[in-house]
Design a protein around this ligand. Sequence first.
Ligand code: EPS
Length: 379
Amino acid sequence: MLRYWTAGESHGKTLLAVVDGFPAGIEIDTDSIDYDLRMRQGGYGRGGRQKIETDKVELLTGVWKNVSMGSPVTLQVINRDYKLEKLKELERPRPGHGDLTGAVKFLGSIRNVLERSSARETAVRVAAGALAKQILAEFQIECIGFVDELGGHQIHRQAGDIQQWRTLREQSEVYSLNPEQDPEIKQLIDQAEEQGDTLGGILEVHISGLPFGLGTHAQWDRKLDGRIAQAVMAVQAIKGVEIGLGFEAARRPGSQVHDPITYDADKKDTPSLGFERPTNNAGGLEAGMTNGQSLVVRAAKKPISTLRQPLESINLDTKQADTASYERSDVCAVSAAAIIIENVVAFEVAVAFCEKFGNDSISEMKARYDLFQQMAQQR
Ligand code: EPS
């Protein structure tokens, strides 16, 4: 099974991800991992930390002569801002962060909890996802995450395919698909900064080129929609997830929700096998399985809980009323979240892909993929 864990603290020596079950025989492209790491650091509204860090991946294990060996791959991103030993304890928990809950649960330090609950950890989740995308790339599966809404303002995306959307995202300082709307969105972020406040937003991920049948209907914990929801909800500050129409599906009659099925023999060699759907309200998943259409996942990110104009809190030692602690932070990390969500979703898709086609070696996976496509065309 393809899986990963991470380790490391926000201001500790390093961050690590161990990716287990990565197939042998894939030539690793570290530049594309570094690209995603750089993107995660960017976006308008980021704080001082990103001026200190230049996140780059180092592959510590599992790779020989730049090719995966089939053994666990350890990815490292070193923290330049390593200062944990010098940092002080916090006494005034920040509402919305893990400070109060963690200090009570572990009967101890707020610092212990915040160092691990910080979204800094997402650097190595992005690295793990970017590695997993290299499996998907072998099968022409493409992924993009972008900002669809920020601080309550809808961004009107420009039409295009994933390649064109990548170019638009590159041009947008907020990682949206409409760079022309950047000035108004940047102004919102500037206003929040002036007021000592923070902003959240909505991210959307599209993955194209997926074959039929990733995931399964047969058991609750193996349904791909459920797994994706878990991975997305487990990203710091994410409060909601939707697949396809999501919550909007609950407001419409069935005739305006479900995607009609047509057949086009000219497209039988494509991932859709010729089964065309004029709409994709299901977001590429039916009964927990991919249906040959693009996967569409949306996530809601709350505003960062570290506020320069702090909310009411208490001093945990004295229990006296006070304001929450403030540590250097970001005004808006919604753009970074677009990259993070893209990568955590891509990882789950790669897990399901490895379940269907095996994960010993890329050559066996390709043979099994081709065989399945041939057999499925006969169905
Ligand atoms: C982050 C690094 C952190 C924060 C942010 C994300 O750096 P520092 O705490 O040293 O300023 O900027 O962390 C949080 C949003 C959080 O809630 O802890 C990063 O690299 O993404």
